[in-house]
Design a protein around this ligand. Structure first.
Ligand code: MSP
Length: 509
């Protein structure tokens, strides 16, 4: 039986249309899911939309729609973007689906039965855009410390989750599991936060209607974060604990942005502890994208629309750029100029050119028929060993979510390929009939190394990888068996490859 692997993205709010920030988390999850599938895992990859809460209710009112009409419309935008970006998710959950609502009610009820949810009264400062209550001391000039927008004082009857009870258990868990929160700097942040003391958490609202009713008291709706976080198990069939839940839970990794780390590493694990359920193995928080040096915002009209990027530059260029340009975990800046530079230099020059020149040479010297390699020289050995070493390096980097370093390791082998051609100078060997065997070896090494490269690239750039493998006479889908030296069979016919990535000459906007 294949080992199970479960990866999730956050579920996206439907009051906003998708931008590169959303695409980023989903793309990273897709690379991980594709890579794990390649390595023989049975992968469950979940994404979806977060459709309840005051924010969505307000946006719907402003648009003259019901919240569900708004959700139906915006959810389709996310789904069509994922299709366009070749996202290979297993399931798409919406928090308005019955399967989800049922699971949330059961989880809430179970924690309540245990005595860890109780009815009380709440009075504090509330930030509507963040759906978060703050104490007066946390406010900065009476504004939300997270988004700097005005807060309002609210008093309401509320159900509370006894989060304080789980402080020590949570801290012990974080300390005993160094990989649970990543990257490390974020882990330290959360440790300090927990050590400052956890307060009980308000987990219901009475000031609006758009949500899941609290079981047994429909004056209240369940707090949107209690509702949303539960998607990670309702998609697996919870409250049924067999089936997918039994197979995939606890989750291998929740990929999220740094802004929602506390919800995932403090609230979510303590809810699960109270319910007696296992805790996710890892939560990884990536950084934020700015655009040409500025924060992305509707008012600045600088929101980068992924559909437009794909139409202009192609899906794989966008996938490559977002994961290559910035180390996952750090903040980064998007600019058209940087994207065009990556396309021209990494994709057209390094990657495309190597395939183009090597297949053209095979055509010219051997009529496109791959010959068996002869004796291996030191130069060949170094190149082969570098290619094989890359397989392990990429594996380690992906394990650490270091996607840009994984791509860097792959590009080192691509550069080594271009250098290998310059050093072996096949055009000189071709002039000497005595060097036919040597020329065969050089051709084989050049093409075989690229076959391994494209197999790994299938996680990052599925279409390009498929084209590359097909050009190299490798008709099968990329698979783990392909991650070993010597896969290409002598006698295979390899046609000259077309340019995979034409250079972009236009000036950056
Ligand atoms: N609905 C909640 C998540 C609930 S998960 C149980 C939410 N939704 S969101 O649509 O506002 O954001 C979803 C993700 O997009 C977050 O991980 C957030 O970090 C990410 N990004 C939003 N803007 C971003 C950038 N500018 N850059 C990178 N990622 C950003 O939060």
């Amino acid at each position: 039986m294949k080992p199970a692997f479960y990866v999730t993205t956050p579920i996206y709010y439907v009051n906003d249309v998708p931008h590169i920030g959303h695409a980023y988390t989903t793309l990273a999850a897709d690379v991980l899911a594709r890579y794990k599938r390649l390595k023989g895992f049975d992968v469950f990859f979940l994404t979806g939309t977060d459709e309840h809460g005051q924010k969505v209710e307000k946006a719907a009112t402003a648009a003259g729609e019901t919240p569900l009409e708004l959700a139906d419309r915006v959810m389709k935008r996310f789904q069509s973007l994922w299709e366009k970006l070749e996202i290979s998710h297993t399931d798409f959950i919406r928090t308005t689906q019955e399967r989800h609502k049922k699971g949330v009610s059961v989880l809430f009820e179970r924690v309540m039965e245990k005595g860890d949810i109780y009815l009380g009264e709440y009075e504090d400062w509330y930030c509507t855009p963040c759906e978060t209550f703050w104490t007066e001391t946390q406010l900065i000039d009476y504004k939300c410390p997270d988004c700097n927008r005005p807060t309002e004082k609210l008093k309401e009857e509320s159900y509370f989750f006894r989060m304080s009870k789980y402080q020590d258990q949570l801290l012990a868990h974080i300390e005993a599991n160094p990989d649970f929160i990543q990257p490390k700097s974020r882990r330290n942040e959360i440790i300090s936060f927990v050590k400052e003391g956890l307060r009980d958490l308000s987990v219901s609202r009475t000031t609006f209607q758009w949500g899941i009713p609290v079981p047994g008291n429909d004056k209240h709706v369940v707090y949107v974060w209690f509702d949303a976080l539960t998607n990670y198990i309702t998609a697996l069939g919870y409250p049924e604990e067999g089936g997918d839940f039994g197979k995939y839970w606890p989750c291998d990794v929740h990929l999220i942005g740094k802004d929602i780390l506390r919800f995932h590493t403090v609230y979510w694990p303590t809810f699960l502890m109270a319910a007696g359920l296992p805790i996710p193995k890892k939560v990884f928080a990536h950084g934020w994208w700015t655009v040409e040096g500025q924060k992305m915002s509707k008012s600045l009209q600088n929101v980068v629309e992924p559909n437009m990027l794909v139409d202009k530059y192609g899906v794989d260029a966008v996938r490559y750029f977002l994961l290559r340009e910035v180390p996952f975990g750090l903040d980064g800046d998007f600019s058209h100029q940087a994207l065009i530079h990556r396309i021209n230099s990494d994709l057209a020059n390094d990657l495309g050119n190597l395939l183009n020149r090597s297949t053209a040479m095979l055509g010219k010297y051997f009529g496109g028929v791959l010959q068996a390699p002869g004796e291996e020289t030191e130069l060949d050995k170094t190149y082969r060993e570098k290619t094989v070493a890359m397989i392990g390096q990429v594996d380690n980097f992906i394990e650490d979510m270091a996607f840009s370093r994984a791509l860097q390791a792959i590009w080192e082998v691509i550069s080594a390929g271009n250098k290998y051609i310059d050093e072996t100078a096949p055009w000189t060997l071709a002039k000497d009939p005595e060097q036919r065997e040597r020329l065969s070896t050089v051709m084989y090494y050049m093409l075989e190394s690229q076959r391994v490269v494209y197999t790994l690239l299938s996680a990052f750039m599925p279409k390009t990888a498929q084209k590359g493998l097909c050009c190299l006479g490798w008709p099968e889908e990329a698979s783990a068996e392909g991650l070993a030296w010597g896969g290409l069979k002598p006698g295979t016919t390899i046609a000259k490859a077309e340019a995979l990535f034409p250079r972009i000459e236009e000036k950056a906007e």
